[in-house]
Design a protein around this ligand. Structure first.
Ligand code: OOG
Ligand code: MG
Length: 257
């Protein structure tokens, strides 16, 4: 695809997000190269940067079987996190900001040192400052939340909001932490950190690799969202969403009516 075409699609997706209106799939016949899709993502996030948003890290997608099955895809993807996507723990989220939002239980890492890609999970851990329970709000810009792998990559992996709970020392056993996501105290999804590529530090090492391959290696201070451990759930207006992660604690937000 020509750079002009890629730019036009990037602008269309950026418009869909800023005007909260769904667009048709760009790759309904599953023919777009992933390479082009990542270039569209880069260009559409560049539109946000041009409006003053800052890059704060990256998110991994489809690091669990549960998510791959829910969305009918079979590869790990990644997207970019910007400053405007951050939501305060315990804060209120206006659902009118989103087209058809879903929420999912995750873990977040924040780095104290740069990662260059190619680190083992244990080496990646040495660069981690802290780990936290986290919730991601995803909101596909495509009609009916329907997409091919290239579609969702171009659409910044559906990323639209993230909420990070209390930061904890990462030097503890993270391999199999129980994770419970509830709405108004009622359990919705129950999972384990082991769902994330077998160990959440594998998701972190994968993030370091894909970011370096894209020529934007992860720097000290970057946030990495490790991906959802369970299927995502539709946001319910007026509810309180909470994730409890064994030993790490709780994170949550209110959904405006
Ligand atoms: C794509 C984003 C997947 C995750 O945690 O697996 C993702 C989507 O499901 O719309 O964020
Ligand atoms: Mg996610």
């Amino acid at each position: 695809m020509s750079e002009l075409n890629l730019k036009q699609i990037a602008a269309r997706l950026d418009d869909a997000a800023s005007h909260v209106s769904a667009v048709e799939q760009i790759d309904p016949e599953y023919r777009m190269a992933l390479w082009d899709a990542y270039e569209i993502q880069r260009l559409s996030i560049a539109c946000r940067m041009a409006r003053g948003e800052q890059s704060v890290g990256i998110k991994m997608g489809f690091t669990s079987r549960a998510k791959m099955i829910q969305m009918g895809v079979d590869d790990v993807i990644w997207g970019r996190l910007t400053s405007s996507m951050a939501i305060t723990d315990g804060g209120v989220v206006d659902p009118a900001r989103f087209i058809h939002p879903r929420v999912e239980p995750e873990l977040a890492f924040v780095l104290k040192r740069d990662l260059y890609g190619g680190e083992s999970p244990a080496q990646a851990l040495a660069a981690v400052d802290a780990v936290a329970p986290a919730l991601e709000i995803i909101d596909s810009r495509y009609r009916d939340f329907k997409f091919s792998l290239s579609d969702v990559v171009a659409d910044n992996a559906s990323s639209s909001g993230f909420v990070i709970g209390p930061w904890a020392d990462p030097r503890q056993d993270l391999s199999n932490l129980g994770m419970v996501m509830s709405f108004d105290g009622q359990d919705q999804q129950i999972g384990s950190s082991a769902a994330l590529l077998g160990h959440p530090l594998r998701a972190l090492a994968a993030a370091a690799r894909v970011a370096a391959e894209a020529g934007e290696p992860l720097r000290a201070g970057a946030i990495v969202m490790a991906g959802a451990a369970t299927p995502a759930q539709w946001l319910v207006p007026g509810s309180y969403v909470q994730l409890m992660v064994e030993r790490l604690g709780r994170v949550g937000f209110h959904v405006g009516a």
